[in-house]
Design a protein around this ligand. Sequence first.
Ligand SMILES: [Zn+2]
Length: 407
Amino acid sequence: MDNKEQGSQKHFSFEIKKKMQGLGRAGVIKTPHGEIQTPSFVAVGTKATVKGITPEMLEGMGAQVALANTYHLYLQPGDELVAKAGGFPKMMNWQGPTMTDSGGFQVFSLGEAFGTGVSKVASGEDIVVSERKGYSKSKKFAHIDEDGVNFRSYIDGTWHRFTPERSMEIQWNLGADMIFAFDECTSPLAQHEYQREAMERTHRWAERSIVRHEELDPENKQALFGVVQGGRFQDLREESARVLGAMNFDGFGIGGSFNKDDMAEAVGWVNRILPEGKPRHMLGIGEPMDIFAGVGNGCDLFDCVSPTRVARHGRIYTADGQVQIKNARFREDFTPLDSECSCYTCQNYTRAYIHHLQRSKEILGQTLASIHNLHFIVKLVDDIRQSIYDECFEEFKDEFLKRYYTK
Ligand SMILES: [Zn+2]
């Protein structure tokens, strides 16, 4: 890795600048590629690209950090090739701070959840369905054992194996500033007994991840985050936070699965125990309501593919909630997507134009919508951060959520 900093100089730090009542805080993470003001929304570039968005556009919308997926880049184009290119940040021409995930979530999402339509956030309905249907489908796509996991490539069906050590090696090759220990991300539907088994295995994998990381990266150029698991269960979440919090990690991820109704509470259980002075990343969460809950309960970083994924299908975030731009009522609407938005799209284009582009399946329609949605979420988290400094987080939250979720 190309890094001019030498010797004992610290490559990574976190400083809390302002605390709220309760667990929430604002701060600054320092990385070899710049600072991150927290709380912050992390742009997801799954395959080393935020789909349809250039790094210049990302910078223009105020994105501070980009995250790529270990699983996807390992399969295509391969982590060794990415290493030859100088790491994924260099390959994609993104100058700012970066992260990669552990690959563990994809083991879950392309394994157990494959074909069931169940995401990492369960609603009450999902749980009822699962108790009826059981899990028999899962075994075909991923096999988890004590040492690691065998899984099938979603591209060509070939079998591959991840272990904690392998995840560290792949993430070293990918070259992000912040990486995650290998974890097993369970289904939100899994019961207590299995959640405990998976959590304890994740803790053993965390220790192995630390050992391999130290061998690969003795100067700690890459910050290593441990991932707290434990599903919906308070005793397990607290135990996971205690065990991982005592390990030598630079920060922590809080992994799925959550129950939608008690997500805020579950995050609170964890963050009351994790060391206060280390950053906490709520993995895969991007709904405004959930971001407020996460910040209020002490999370510093959030990432989610939703803003760009739904944008490509015409769903647009506005201060008054989401709209479907392909809807006929926007055909002759010559106002911006959101009249209060300062993004490139809203400064230069109309709803009618983006309606037309999306209906006629023009690539630019997806790009313009993605710029807007990503800007919307990045700015929302920026505004949340400002509200912490201004000591009006609760007021800002009530005002925003009331408008966003009332149609
Ligand atoms: Zn906009």
